[in-house]
Ligand binder design. Structure first.
Ligand code: COA
Length: 261
């Protein structure tokens, strides 16, 4: 277990549970928390035992209630754009993370919190979760990727409504819009995420990594180029021992023993 005051990282059963730990300020992301988050990502990436990462917020009120507004008070233009660029860099890392990342959204998921959740590969919300991009209420726009990822995820109409009004939506609406994959009772949230992570963890890790890459990179390409990427990565899968083991295990009617090679 790697621990520090701002980020908790619990590694077991092939999964990492990362908790953003500033419950007194609803887990608002200040600079230091973002840096610790970045370091925790290194730990998870470099641990060969870990197949998937679940990110949540400490306490029962919030996932993350946004960037720390205290730190936004006195930024000049240069510092503000550096501030946005650094957050974007870390959230880009999550989006490109070689292992699946699941957001367990346990309450307020606002501003930078919503941007963090949508940089994850999957999102599960508790029934009481609230999603929003309230930045315009503070006279700013989303700066950690919200204006780019949210419309790509749910379409420009619903995304613009959230970004222009700044008003939050509840978990049921988030599910309807495709902003989250599932909504579950608060007491089932982490277990549901762990169970999704376990289900992914039983699959070939290289195939999982390349599926993530195909969907992510292919989504930015014209269809023909995306299909070409897909066939190349499909070829790469077939160069692995895991692919041979997968086919053999199926034919022998047993569970595959993937080794990630
Ligand atoms: N940055 C810094 N501090 C924050 C914060 C943020 N994004 N969100 C909440 N906090 C702090 C509050 O200042 C308060 O601190 P205090 O106890 O020292 O006064 C504490 O967290 C609890 O929040 P509070 O506002 O008292 O709770 P609430 O239940 O009345 O309201 C919210 C909850 C989420 C609706 C409200 O805190 C809020 O609107 N937060 C800001 C959301 C936002 O604009 N995010 C985008 C930032 S770019």
């Amino acid at each position: 277990m790697v621990d520090n005051p701002l980020i908790k990282l619990d590694r077991r059963d092939g999964q990492a549970l990362l908790t953003i730990n500033r419950p007194k300020v609803l887990n608002a992301l200040n600079r230091q928390t973002l840096e610790r988050l970045d370091e925790a990502l290194d730990t998870v990436r470099d641990d060969p035992q870990i197949q998937a990462l679940v990110i949540t917020g400490a306490g029962d009120r919030a996932f993350v209630a946004g960037a720390d507004i205290e730190e936004l008070k006195n930024l000049d233009a240069v510092k503000a754009s550096q501030f946005a660029a650094r957050g974007q860099e870390i959230f880009n890392r999550i989006e490109r993370f070689p292992k699946p990342v699941i957001a367990a959204v346990n309450g307020y998921c606002l501003g930078g919190g919503c941007e963090l959740a949508i940089s994850c590969h999957l999102r599960v919300a508790s029934t009481g979760a609230k999603f929003g991009q309230p930045e315009v209420k503070l006279g700013i726009i989303p700066g950690y990727g919200g204006t780019q990822r949210l419309p790509r995820l749910i379409g420009s109409g619903p995304a613009l409504e959230m970004i222009l009004t700044g008003d939050p939506i509840d978990a049921a609406e988030a599910l309807r819009l495709g902003l989250v994959n599932r909504v579950v009772a608060p007491e089932d949230l982490i277990e549901t995420c762990r169970s999704i992570a376990a289900s992914i963890g039983r699959n070939g890790p290289l195939a999982v990594r390349w599926a993530l890459q195909a969907v992510r990179e292919g989504g930015q390409m014209p269809l023909a180029q995306g299909l070409s990427l897909e066939s190349s990565l499909f070829g790469l899968c077939c160069s692995t021992d895991d692919q041979k083991e997968g086919a053999r295990a199926f034919l022998e009617k047993r569970a595959a023993r993937f080794r990630g090679v």
